[in-house]
Ligand binder design. Structure first.
Ligand code: FES
Length: 105
């Protein structure tokens, strides 16, 4: 599926993601600014913080456990904040819209 990422600056990127890959992987393979993924997806760095568009929030299982704890540490947490390494791309997610925060720190 093709995912759309909108940077904090408003710059939009269309990125191809593979089913089974995480949203963080798709973004970092495309070398998007505004997302880091320092821990490689182990849910231990919170530098993959992103906002899932409201229309898509329910397409993912809710955050739980470590992700919830880690989200307490992100800058500018919102109701739709997620760690994008925990969001697995599935069939039918063409058009998934993710907004990136101003900073990961
Ligand atoms: Fe480290 Fe997501 S990549 S928490």
């Amino acid at each position: 599926p093709t995912l759309t990422f909108i940077e904090h600056s408003g710059t939009t990127h269309e990125v191809h993601g593979e089913v089974g890959q995480s949203v963080m992987q798709a973004a970092t393979f495309a070398m998007l600014p505004g997302i880091q993924g320092d821990c490689g997806g182990a849910c231990s760095c919170a530098t993959c913080h992103a906002y899932v568009d409201e229309a898509w929030v329910e397409r993912f299982p809710p955050a739980e456990g470590t992700e919830v704890d880690m989200l307490d540490n992100v800058t500018e947490r919102r109701a739709n904040s997620r760690l994008s390494c925990q969001l697995v791309i599935a069939e039918g997610m063409d058009g998934l819209l993710i907004r990136l925060p101003a900073s990961q720190y």
